[in-house]
Design a protein around this ligand. Structure first.
Ligand code: UT7
Length: 332
């Protein structure tokens, strides 16, 4: 019997209209377009405005478009996984809220928290469900409203993040396409360098936590940078070696978009020319769980069936990893 593989059969993404430019940021904090472009490579990021609109709004737009684009009825979806670190609320899961907003009534759904590696962790989780033979249509959404946890008086973090969502439809195939291999890691000792101090069960919200600004992203940038550069490049190189892939076999590297310097280092380590690296950080910044599907969606018309993609990410946790997949369809 042929092995069942999990193939991405459709992709969609959505980002809010409002563009927060470096010029505008430089009026809010002591920064400049030059510093941000040189150190990170971001020109603008999208911000979700509107009272009561959370991550589920981003996910809803991405999923509704995905269902329409793939001609899928909401009733056909069996599982929906939302990777996010900015859920609408502590519970219920944002995945449930997205399902409700999209008319998905026959699915069970849950959130998965792996920060910037969230999409990879969720894709591998969904892949295992598909490979089991029991499920036929799963949606994986990577969605984050990072502006909801960003301190716009802190110049060391506020230029980095943006809001967006990306969603894929995953289905079984017996062809040699889809998710071929994955290597995923966590190291909880990295927690001290990148976290949200309060608002969880260890330190619930209080007047003190609000005053101390403990509901915003805390990041020791240089330490995270050091780990990110080596871990993302190492794991991408490892998945190439383990699958006997040479640089010329690879069609695209799809890296998490946190810093252009980290992306460049990963591409170099893999021996890839810059034109094989998907990049859109300049226009969206770091949208955490959304960066990878957002990137693939923007490049979708350039992808051909059997193209080899290496996905790679690094983020809070620490979490990191790489997925090797073969693209399953030609441009439509
Ligand atoms: O996706 C989740 C994982 N996160 C990451 O992968 C992020 C990893 N880290 C990074 O990307 C980089 O560390 C940052 C982009 C966050 C910072 O870049 P850096 O080159 O590591 O800068 P730095 O923190 O070493 O700061 C260098 C200087 C400092 O000034 P002094 O001490 O040299 O006088 C900072 O105060 O740049 C200053 N600085 C800024 N200057 C202008 C920090 N932020 C800014 C700013 N504008 N926005």
């Amino acid at each position: 019997m042929k092995k069942i593989r999990a193939a991405i059969t459709g992709i969609n993404a959505w980002a809010p209209e409002y563009r927060l430019t470096n010029h505008e940021l430089s009026k809010m904090v002591d920064t400049s377009d030059e510093w941000i472009m040189q150190r990170v490579g971001i020109k603008e990021r999208r911000i979700l405005k509107g009272e009561g609109l959370g991550t589920s709004h981003l996910g809803e737009q991405a999923v509704k478009g995905l269902l329409e684009k793939t001609g899928t009825s909401p009733d056909e979806i069996e599982i929906l996984i939302c990777a996010t670190v900015t859920p609408d609320m502590q519970f219920p899961a944002t995945a449930n809220i997205i399902s409700e907003k999209c008319g998905i009534k026959n699915a069970w759904s849950f959130d998965l928290g792996a920060a910037c590696s969230g999409f990879l962790f969720a894709l591998q989780t969904a892949t295992s469900f598909i490979e089991s033979g029991r499920f036929k249509k799963i949606i994986v959404v990577g969605a984050d409203k990072m502006s909801s946890i960003t301190d716009y008086t802190d110049r060391t973090t506020c230029p980095l993040f943006g809001d967006a969502a990306g969603a894929i439809l995953l289905e079984p195939t017996t062809e040699e396409v889809g998710v071929m291999d994955s290597i995923l890691h966590t190291d909880g000792s990295g927690q001290k360098y990148l976290h949200l101090k309060a608002g969880g069960s260890a330190k619930p919200a209080s007047h003190e936590t609000l005053e101390a600004k403990e509901h915003f992203i805390y990041q020791e940038g240089q330490s995270v940078f050091k780990f990110a550069v080596s871990s993302m490049a190492d794991v991408a190189a490892e998945i190439m070696e383990r699958n006997n892939l040479k640089p010329e076999d690879i069609s695209w590297l799809v890296p998490h978009q946190a810093n252009l310097r980290i992306i460049d280092a990963t591409g170099r380590r893999m021996g890839l020319p810059p034109e094989k690296v998907m990049i859109n950080i300049e226009h969206y910044g770091n949208t955490t769980a959304a960066t990878i599907p957002l990137c693939i969606w923007e490049y979708e018309s350039r992808l051909k069936k059997n193209d080899i993609l290496i996905l790679a990410a690094f983020g809070g946790g620490f979490t990191w990893g790489s997925i090797y997949l073969k693209w399953a369809y030609n441009p439509k």
